[in-house]
Design a protein around this ligand. Structure first.
Ligand code: SAM
Length: 207
């Protein structure tokens, strides 16, 4: 099953499934960005709009891209605001967005599904305004080393969504190639994660 097909199938239960990584990511975004204000936010792989709702409170304009029509349908049913726009787009191809326009480009739990980080960081950097911020939040690669990946329950078992392992150094190198300046790196644990490796990795750069 392709990544796109998997998310179309997962869409209707994505928000209600038990998913500590999804929940932790939502908390962390609010913790990191609460109180900030942005002119234009580009959210890559917005999914069901779990974080878009919050981004819409800190951005004068928000654009959410995703290639799954099922996930976008959920997002659109949840968020109906004039300053929020959703668009179907494949992040491995050309992004249908203006260059040098967004003062925050953000992505959550998406990069494990993209093989080519260079393409991603080049496009993200193009979309940023001078001094704009790129923020990524990902399943920590330490968890991937232990076999974790995006997966969901269906009637007859589990579907694992195809994923790639990117090491921390891969993110750092791909961003440095675009001249982005690393400003923050954080690791997070869910309250259920005692004695486990970190669950989430966030990295933030400025252009
Ligand atoms: C784990 S979900 C995360 C959704 C949302 N960001 C969140 O934190 O809940 C991953 C999302 O990435 C999207 N995605 C994966 N590969 C993509 C690609 N090549 N282009 C666009 N979207 C993609 C999927 O459709 C899915 O909505």
């Amino acid at each position: 099953m392709s990544i796109q097909q998997a998310y179309n199938q997962w869409a209707s239960s994505y928000d209600s499934d038990r998913n500590r990584t999804r929940d932790l990511d939502q908390q962390v975004m609010q913790q990191l960005l609460q109180g900030q204000q942005y002119q234009a936010i580009l959210e890559l792989g917005c999914g069901t709009g779990k974080n878009t709702q919050f981004f819409s409170t800190i951005g004068a304009a928000v654009v959410g891209l995703d290639f799954s029509s099922g996930m976008l349908e959920q997002a659109r049913s949840k968020i109906n605001a004039q300053h929020v726009q959703f668009q179907q787009a494949d992040l491995t191809k050309t992004w249908p967005v203006a260059k040098a326009y967004f003062d925050l480009v953000v992505t959550n739990l998406v990069l494990e599904h993209l093989a080519d980080l260079d393409h991603f960081f080049a496009r993200a950097s193009q979309a940023l305004t001078p001094n704009g911020q790129l923020l990524i939040s990902e399943l920590h690669p330490f968890r991937q080393y232990q076999g974790s990946q995006a997966r969901f329950q269906v009637q007859h078992g589990q579907i694992e969504v195809p994923a790639f392992t990117h090491h921390i150094s891969d993110f750092v190198r791909a961003a440095a190639k675009q001249g982005l300046q690393l400003s923050q790196l954080h690791e997070y644990w869910h309250t259920d994660d005692a004695n486990q490796p970190p669950r989430l990795l966030t990295l933030s750069w400025h252009k």
